[in-house]
Design a binder for this molecule. Structure first.
Ligand code: CS2
Length: 488
């Protein structure tokens, strides 16, 4: 008779019932109860658990890793909170690559949800023991407008300015906690932004200060002078957890984990070095601290994320579902290679010692990992925020240097078709500007040039310099008409 499987928990680990003796599984080797929580993380998606929490776990596994337990905060996800609570916040990271391996992570010690526990979240962030706040709240969580500054018209920002005790935005939540520390005379925490936007730390800082200024000038000044917001670059392909991930853990490791994560082997974290900042010694586990994050950011955002978005929009139009399927199409791959070599790499100043050609080939090889089922639809979300960073910025750079940008324009055209097709099929469009995008494509008459003109003219969607650039508009129009033929 088959023995009933145990669910992952502290007791199950201690009693060794959840311990599998295969050499490819790593278990926590530190005394978890002795580690205090020095980090509050905002945005409990799979990426935090497969990336920053993994680095912290590796550090804690070294002797004397420090008091860097994590309190992980989700804005809404009570289901994940329940799942993790049942497991004493333990979960498994499955690393699926040429050779698979697994790691049970204990670094997260508490999970809170803002919607139901706002006061507890603010208190935890304001607690003296909290030294660092990290964030993965996706690009839209920064509440920025097209110029990269705080969008004061967003409903959640308006709401937070009126009711800071029940914050709805990341910006409001950070300011609520800092206000409490300021009032109590507690040293501030430092903030590490870990989302895919250029100068993530600097933009977050200016948004936080802009918001805080509306509450109190003294508070805003204190934040400005006392708090570090280093820029960072983060990288590790982490598709969302599927039921197949849960099954995999059951079959391979012999226990139930309701909330595992899966990722590729590759992982990179580059953080701007802020001398004197109190923080975990992550450099001991491979994190790079440098004063030149910008060139790492640009390389990663324009190559990896840029190719991802190109694959997502073009691949979905061709009927592919995953990155692996799309990149296995030799025409698609050839397009990506030409795109990156001719129109993307020339726009990037390489970080010292990094060969961008090799870097791009390594990224393509990562896309070709058959074990990672990365849904194109996941990457296609939030195009109005991703496209400016990943596609329009290199186009602008090419225009400034008189270089070609036809293939990049094709990506923009594919994005427009993707939105048109999604609306025609009544599929939900995940984008903070969905209403305007849907309105625009609903007005399409079937004339490529006019339809593209109308779309590119949506208020604040494109930087002014591009909206008025005739050769950019004409490249997008041509590509749009060209793709239309393939879709018939
Ligand atoms: C992806 C990223 O969803 C997306 O837009 O491009 O999440 C990508 O997988 C990560 O940045 C890889 O580090």
């Amino acid at each position: 008779m088959r023995q009933e499987l145990r669910q992952l928990s502290q007791t199950c680990l201690q009693s060794k019932d959840c311990v599998n003796h295969a050499s490819d599984v790593i278990y926590p080797s530190y005394q978890r109860e002795k580690v205090n929580m020095g980090i509050v993380h905002l945005g409990l998606g799979a990426f935090h658990r497969s990336h920053q929490a993994m680095y912290t776990e590796q550090l804690l596994n070294l002797q004397g890793g420090g008091d860097w337990g994590i309190c992980a905060v989700s804005f809404n996800n009570q289901r994940l909170q329940q799942q993790l609570n049942k497991q004493d916040c333990l979960y498994t990271t499955a690393i699926l690559d040429v050779k698979d391996s697994y790691q049970v992570v204990a670094a997260i010690k508490q999970v809170l949800v803002v919607r139901t526990q706002a006061a507890a979240v603010i208190e935890r962030m304001a607690d003296e023991t909290t030294k660092i706040v990290t964030l993965t709240v996706t690009e839209k969580g920064y509440c920025l407008n097209a110029e990269g500054v705080l969008d004061e018209n967003l409903p959640e920002i308006i709401s937070d300015l009126g009711a800071l005790e029940q914050p709805k935005s990341t910006i409001g939540l950070i300011v609520a906690a800092l206000r409490l520390r300021f009032e109590k005379g507690i040293q501030p925490f430092n903030v590490i932004a870990c989302d895919n936007l250029p100068e993530n730390g600097r933009k977050l800082k200016s948004a936080v200060i802009q918001f805080a200024t509306k509450i109190s000038g003294d508070l805003a000044g204190w934040i400005d002078h006392q708090i570090q917001f280093p820029n960072t670059m983060v990288d590790s392909i982490t598709p969302k957890t599927e039921s197949s991930t849960v099954e995999l853990i059951k079959n391979k490791l012999g226990y139930i984990d309701e909330a595992p994560v899966q990722r590729e082997m590759f992982s990179q974290w580059v953080i701007e070095d802020c001398p004197g900042m109190v923080r975990p010694e992550w450099e001991k586990v491979g994190v790079v601290f440098t004063d030149n994050v910008e060139s790492f950011e640009n390389a990663k955002l324009r190559i990896l994320n840029g190719l991802h978005s190109a694959l997502a929009y073009m691949g979905l139009l061709m009927g592919y579902e995953t990155v692996y399927q799309a990149v296995s199409d030799k025409n698609v791959k050839a397009f990506l290679v030409a795109l990156v070599d001719d129109e993307v790499i020339p726009t990037i100043e390489a970080p010292l010692g990094l060969d961008l050609h090799q870097y791009s080939r390594a990224i393509l090889a990562r896309f070709e990992n058959p074990k990672i089922k990365h849904l194109l639809s996941q990457i296609a979300c939030d195009g109005s925020i991703k496209i400016p960073v990943r596609t329009l910025a290199p186009i602008q750079n090419n225009i400034a240097h008189n270089r070609s940008f036809k293939m990049l324009s094709r990506v923009v055209a594919a994005w427009i078709h993707f939105i048109r097709v999604s609306v025609a099929k009544n599929q939900r469009l995940h984008d903070p500007r969905a209403t305007e995008l849907i309105d625009a494509v609903n007005k399409f008459q079937g004339n490529s040039s006019e339809d593209v003109n109308m779309f590119l003219g949506i208020n604040g969607l494109l930087p002014d310099s591009l909206r008025k650039n005739l050769s950019f508009i004409s490249h997008v129009q041509d590509a749009y008409a060209d793709i239309a033929v393939t879709l018939k």
